[in-house]
Design a protein around this ligand. Sequence first.
Ligand SMILES: [Zn+2]
Length: 321
Amino acid sequence: MNTQPRTLVEAIRHFSDPDVCQDFMVSLRWPSGTVTCPTCGRDDVRYIATRRLWECKDKHPKRQFSVKVGTIFEDSPIPLDKWLATIWMIANAKNGVSSYEIHRSIGVTQKTAWFMLHRIRLAMQSESFDRMDGEVEVDETFIGGKARFMHKDRRERIKGQARRTSVIGKTAVMGLLERHGPDGHSRVVAKVIPNTSRRVLRSIVRRNVMTGADVFTDAHPSYILLRDEYAHQVIDHAESYVRGLVHTNGLENFWSLLKRAIKGTYVSVEAFHLFRYLDEQSFRYNTRKTVDADRFQRVVGSIIGKHLTYNGLIGATTTPA
Ligand SMILES: [Zn+2]
């Protein structure tokens, strides 16, 4: 393979050659070097170089296929160079990228940029990884309205004891942070939740954290049942924020990064799309020690096998922002 680009300018120049894009995609999709038919698996397919397509020798539907088939690029007329440069941008922007910036840098309409961003965010969704273990912080917050973010403690001061009632126009988000993850750095998972009831919070902890792990939360009453399965310790924020290892400061830090990214980059975050932004910010956080070229490889490597149609993406109610 050619030398990898290290900056956005290098990436745009690098992928401006359609043969480079083609070779790059082939190396990702068929690492062994043998191109196989995505429909039937035959490996003696014929390459039509003029059209950059392969043709299967079996007569079945979709016997001609491109390198885009079965990836998030499928059915998209957007050329690969624009896709790959956009992935570079979104993978490596510190605080996220708006559709307007993509539009300006890559030369597609803003609506197209919006669509590309959402497809790429889908690819950035955290893959099923190992459950967390060791020291794990758990916390929840609310995001919503016009991308406004209200700190939980402030909300509590305002709402008094009504912690568990849902906040109008806000979406509840739950975060889990493992302090010393597989690469030695902390990693997060953040999810949209229907409410902050005991049942919901406990089931998410169970799904993501190994039984017996040290779990640190604030004094939210919904966490009380965690003591049955975890070494659960509570920091009551009415008294203090840190007691030795018992704190949720890692997640507080993540919430403030999330807040800054949403405020600084997005005009509005619709509740329907919020989970994608959470995935994007979690990815960014979890790869914060990774160099740009590797982060790009990770995103682009996860595009394979993920396919999202336009209708599935926009849902019934939302419009490009
Ligand atoms: Zn075939």
